[in-house]
Design a protein around this ligand. Sequence first.
Ligand SMILES: *[C@@H]1O[C@H](CO)[C@@H](O)[C@H](O)[C@H]1NC(C)=O
Ligand SMILES: *[C@@H]1O[C@H](CO)[C@@H](O)[C@H](O)[C@H]1NC(C)=O
Ligand SMILES: *[C@@H]1O[C@H](CO)[C@@H](O)[C@H](O)[C@H]1NC(C)=O
Ligand SMILES: *[C@@H]1O[C@H](CO)[C@@H](O)[C@H](O)[C@H]1NC(C)=O
Ligand SMILES: *[C@@H]1O[C@H](CO)[C@@H](O)[C@H](O)[C@H]1NC(C)=O
Ligand SMILES: *[C@@H]1O[C@H](CO)[C@@H](O)[C@H](O)[C@H]1NC(C)=O
Ligand SMILES: *[C@@H]1O[C@H](CO)[C@@H](O)[C@H](O)[C@H]1NC(C)=O
Ligand SMILES: *[C@@H]1O[C@H](CO)[C@@H](O)[C@H](O)[C@H]1NC(C)=O
Length: 760
Amino acid sequence: MKLPLVSSLLLSPFDALQALTNNFLYAILAPTALFAPASTNKPAGAVNGQYLLGLGIADITGPVVETNLMGYASLGQTGTGLHMRQRVRAFIVAEPSSPADANAPSERILLLNADIAMGDTGVRRLLLAALSEEFGNSTYHKGNVALVGTHQHSGVGGYLENLLPQITALGLSRQSLDAIVDGCLLATRRAHASLAPGTLASGTGFVSSGSRNRSPTAYLANPAEERARYADAGGDEGDQEWGMALLRFGGGAADNAQEEAHDAERGFLSFFAVHGTSIYENNTLVSSDNKGMAAYLYEASEDPRAMPGNASYVAGFVQGAVGDTSPNTLGAFCESPGKPYNGLTCVANSSTCGGAAQQCHGRGPAFTSDPYGFTSNAVIGSRQADAARAILHGGGMKPVKGNVRSLHVYVDMSQHEFTLANGTTVRTCPAAMGFSFAGGTTDGPGAFDFVQGDNKTSQNPFWEVVKVFITPAPPPEQIACHYPKPILLNTGYAHEPYEWSPRTVDVQILKVGNFGAFILLCELTTMAGRRIREAVRAELISTGILGEEAHVVVAGPANTYGHYITTREEYEVQRYEGASTLYGPYTLEAYIAKYTDLVPFLADGHDGMPASDEPPAEQISKAISLQTSVKFDAAPIGKHFGQILKDVVTTVPYHAGDTVFAEFVGANPRNNLRLEGTYLSVDHLISGAWEAVRSDSHPSTIYRWTRESTILGTSTVNVSWTIESDAAHGTYRIRYFGDSKPLIGSISPFIGTSSNFTLA
Ligand SMILES: *[C@@H]1O[C@H](CO)[C@@H](O)[C@H](O)[C@H]1NC(C)=O
Ligand SMILES: *[C@@H]1O[C@H](CO)[C@@H](O)[C@H](O)[C@H]1NC(C)=O
Ligand SMILES: *[C@@H]1O[C@H](CO)[C@@H](O)[C@H](O)[C@H]1NC(C)=O
Ligand SMILES: *[C@@H]1O[C@H](CO)[C@@H](O)[C@H](O)[C@H]1NC(C)=O
Ligand SMILES: *[C@@H]1O[C@H](CO)[C@@H](O)[C@H](O)[C@H]1NC(C)=O
Ligand SMILES: *[C@@H]1O[C@H](CO)[C@@H](O)[C@H](O)[C@H]1NC(C)=O
Ligand SMILES: *[C@@H]1O[C@H](CO)[C@@H](O)[C@H](O)[C@H]1NC(C)=O
Ligand SMILES: *[C@@H]1O[C@H](CO)[C@@H](O)[C@H](O)[C@H]1NC(C)=O
């Protein structure tokens, strides 16, 4: 594809002035970057702030029923319908191609922010192969593509390639995996096709009461002097980070960056850490939790006429050092009916009620409004959307200039030896999960309790198949290596039927001009995130790669799911996060050492590539799946698919706040994911023609599927719409889009339509 030729490589007087005033350190960097492009085979870089920018969205929603949801690892949390579709948002920042050869590959990055619980090596491997095939090997590759999960806990599961996160999903769901890979490819294709000259600007803001620390007693184990430095960062005396960093994608030319960019604003990437656990573990509707909600709210406010996922504006809400953050900002309380401690706060250090973790639950800001957390989800989503809006409109945006770089290596963390700052050589350990892992968190307690050996195991057929492979007890050196973590699951020694936990992880940094760098990692706690961020930032500044004002952000869980990373002090406390720190007490130090070692390779003119370990072995071909395919669908005798079973009310009008619903003779939605489409519509009669005004992705609509009889193949679909206060009055109808599978023959679509109803 021929890209538009844009670059003017000379600084305008305006830019030079800006560089000196707004951007002191950039002025030091500029001479090298400008007059002596160090590496002749690279373009000179976007020194004047002109980039090629591309943005795109696509649908990644897998099977919304009969598939486990990913995040809480709860066997009972199996999909029964759809609240909001999961999306992936693609952001490309490229340096303008060299004027001499517009077809030469330019330095670029592709960040995919997906409404999934976490990035995964298998998804990434399939995606990179597909990207190579479509765009060639050097456009989007392992170095410059980051797959980041929003860490939401109500998306379709079964897509990860390691065995441990597959346990409650009953193995791999290929349909779920493919939906994510295909959607990431489609979003990239759209972003790539939209590449156009543009400018970037950065800013920061604050999400007030955006999160709460869910392991505050572990946080308190960090040194008091260190905690004091962050006392104003957010949460309780700095135990959270409420700061949001934002990168705006604008249109226009660099010469008039500020005015034009604002007129032609195309979207943004924002970085803020809060768990995607606003919607509770007992919900079974597929959704996108608070970051997906924030993105929907922002995009809808910019492009109100567009259907969700089809807006011309792309709002990226990227997850950060999420480890010990919770959106349940009211705190954790005992749900212990009949017990004296019912409704009281849980025991602080252990997050238990009467000795059990299962009854201790976090409460979101709108706890009393609904039993599944949807209202709290909207509150935490809008707090993030509002913070982003305040940054964009607050007048504090600064232009971003400078080159785009990326770096990636694989690191085998099973016995990674390295030297601590004090000169002592230490090593990481083969993966293992501690006992507190089974206890879960106040956002989702006790999910893995069944592995502790009682007869509850028989509820999970997948566990029955695989548990024999975990039997080798950890040898003494493994026990010593993980100390003081007591080992529950010795996953680093479990290689059959395939790897239980990743052994090799992705270590990746993306740099965008003087905005700074994205460190791509798994679930760091707040303090662990600060330590790696400060270390990498100091290295970037001391090597002259970035200036003092640079933002360095942690983004994740990205690429490989390596579970949690705590500080060594928090590890000693062994709460859930410490128990889930896979590679032992020195996990964080190992990552810090590796990331800071990589930094010099980001410098202009640095030759050579950092050493990398072998990529992790492919696993998907070995995957076990106990999910059975759809056998067939049938309508009850005398009825047909899509036939109304319970109609809307036609005798009296509906009003804002009411819920209108219709039930239909249904068929299994796994027959057709209707990606980029919808399972339902609310149609408004406008000038004699029906216009679809709501889809299955509007938070006000719900698609619910109920299996009536497996033997007869019958099912019912319930479509509902809770009418918003700003919905126009008039005549409406509800439609249901289904696909049925006969015993013999091919799947065919059908439509069910309700009666007309009035909104007054
Ligand atoms: C791209 O990479 C694939 C896989 O490594 C290789 O088979 C293929 O030859 C490469 N294509 C080009 C054009 O280099
Ligand atoms: C609870 O944790 C705090 C902070 O880590 C510690 O000071 C205290 O001793 C712990 N209490 C108990 C009962 O373990
Ligand atoms: C998406 O938006 C485009 C224009 O922006 C429009 O042509 C198209 O019909 C829309 N698709 C849906 C499904 O709303
Ligand atoms: C769902 O879980 C939340 C949080 O534990 C709880 O407060 C609520 O009562 C539960 N809802 C139902 C319907 O059980
Ligand atoms: C270096 O730090 C580690 C971890 O705190 C400690 O175990 C080791 O003894 C220290 N080494 C020296 C030489 O102080
Ligand atoms: C578990 O089941 C086995 C066999 O069904 C039985 O012998 C054993 O007593 C059970 N254990 C518990 C703790 O219920
Ligand atoms: C269908 O959904 C509506 C709205 O949520 C609810 O009131 C109704 O009970 C549901 N019907 C069934 C059969 O669950
Ligand atoms: C619903 O409204 C449409 C458009 O006015 C009309 O064609 C149709 O007959 C109505 N349906 C019913 C069942 O009244």
